[in-house]
Write a protein that binds this ligand. Structure first.
Ligand code: DSN
Length: 419
């Protein structure tokens, strides 16, 4: 048998075993990280296809390599589907990740040293929104807005005040840990008042936006960036939308500005994800994500947990653990031992480091993909509470919860077609 035709298990049993173990982990744990999901079999088939084999630097019809006819077809399909899904003038589907999409958007809209205004990371912003340890904070002069001290929600009047003082060239609207609706129209008004451009980073809420379950930034922001693997449930990647005025600048910023060869197998998988997202089933899925988040939030509140902002409007919630005398890190580690996977997260006003944190950030895209609904969310809220209240140094409690988690996972299987 030639090297080319062996299966993964035949060619590399070590890697095959690790992937098999990861499959089992995904099947047998409750995944509540709001930025993760389970891509469909069709998305994974495209991502694992022969589309991985070729260079295709450039854009459809203008490549630097020969033999790109099908690569042109697939990229055009992905772009057209993205444009149709989001009713956007233009889509660039080449960015590898959310951060590289943001890097390209800044490159298109700004000069080094320009001022940007974005949400503080400890209030829910993102590394690539101007943090000093990131290229964005080193290349641009970053200023930040926070959340209201009374409500922990976005305070548009306060942002307006800061924007009028700072006079940024770009305002970034978007977050990775904000549980409430973002009013992009208000952001645009502020941007217009202070003479800034508006960029919306919808990496987290993109599926909700596609389904009409969250206000749409596309008509109001000059440039919109997003990932494809969170609520959108595609491959691990990203894309950019913009109006036609910005199309050329955005394309030149992505290639040759910040990237060279595109990952065409991933672009094929993005095309599949954009098609899946056009279905009525997907729209209903997004609405169920929100209903499930609400149900989980209520269940946690009934167990005495304080939620930042008092609840959720979207796919995630931020649990403030300060009244439970446990760090986010220990809570997440105990939950993992019981088969519930969440991530620790800073909360507004957090005095702990990002390695410890005082919060966790549960979300419902993954469990909703498995078909779970409100009754299961009620149950999961109680399981989380039991682990945090009784699980410390208590193997028996962790084992009991683990058993209930396994029962839920078996009742709502994922990837049952995979060996
Ligand atoms: N790391 C992503 C998240 O978990 O929200 C953001 O990049």
């Amino acid at each position: 048998m030639s090297m080319m035709s062996r299966t993964l298990a035949q060619a590399d049993p070590e890697v095959a075993e690790i992937i098999g173990n990861e499959l089992e982990r995904q099947q047998n744990t409750l995944m509540l990280i709001p930025s993760e999901n389970y891509a469909s079999r069709a998305v994974m088939a495209a991502a694992g296809s022969v589309m991985t084999n070729k260079y295709a630097e450039g854009y459809p019809g203008r490549r630097y390599y020969n033999g790109c006819m099908y690569y042109d077809e697939i990229e055009n399909l992905a772009r057209d589907r993205a444009r149709a899904l989001f009713r956007a003038d233009h889509a660039n589907v080449q960015p590898h990740t959310g951060t590289s999409a943001n890097m390209a958007a800044y490159y298109a809209m700004l000069d080094p040293g320009d001022r940007i205004l974005a949400m503080k990371i400890e209030h829910g912003g993102h590394l690539s929104h101007g943090m000093k340890i990131n290229f964005s904070g080193q290349t641009y002069e970053a200023h930040f807005y926070g959340l209201s001290e009374e409500t922990d929600q976005i305070d548009y009047d306060n942002i307006r005040e800061i924007a009028m003082q700072v006079r940024p060239r770009l305002i970034v609207a978007g977050a990775s840990a904000y549980p409430r609706v973002i009013d992009f129209r208000q952001f645009r008004e502020i941007a217009d008042e202070c003479g800034a451009y508006l960029m919306a980073d919808i990496a987290h809420i993109v599926g909700l936006v596609a389904a009409g379950a969250h206000p749409d930034p596309v008509p109001v922001a000059q440039v919109v960036t997003s990932t494809t693997h969170k609520t959108l449930r595609g491959p691990r990647s990203a894309f950019i939308l913009c109006n036609s005025d910005w199309a050329r600048k955005v394309d030149r910023a992505v290639f040759p500005g910040v990237q060279a060869g595109p990952l065409m197998h991933i672009i094929a998988a993005k095309a599949v994800a954009f098609k899946e997202a056009q279905s009525l089933f997907f729209r209903e899925y997004q609405r169920q994500i929100i209903r499930n988040a609400y149900a989980l939030a209520v269940s946690l509140q009934e167990e005495g947990f304080r939620l930042v902002t008092g609840g959720t409007d979207n796919h995630l919630m931020l649990v403030d653990l300060r009244n439970k005398e446990i760090t986010g890190k220990l809570a997440a580690d105990l939950l993992e031992a019981a088969g519930i996977v969440v991530n620790k997260n800073l909360i507004p006003g957090d005095e702990r480091s990002p390695d410890e944190t005082s919060g966790i950030r549960p979300g419902t895209p993954g469990v909703t993909t498995r078909g779970m609904q409100e009754p299961e969310m009620q149950q999961i809220g109680k399981l989380i509470a039991r682990v945090i209240h009784e699980g410390r140094d208590n193997e028996k409690v962790l084992a009991e919860v683990r058993r209930q988690v396994l029962e839920l996972c078996e009742a709502f299987p994922v990837y049952e077609h995979l060996p």
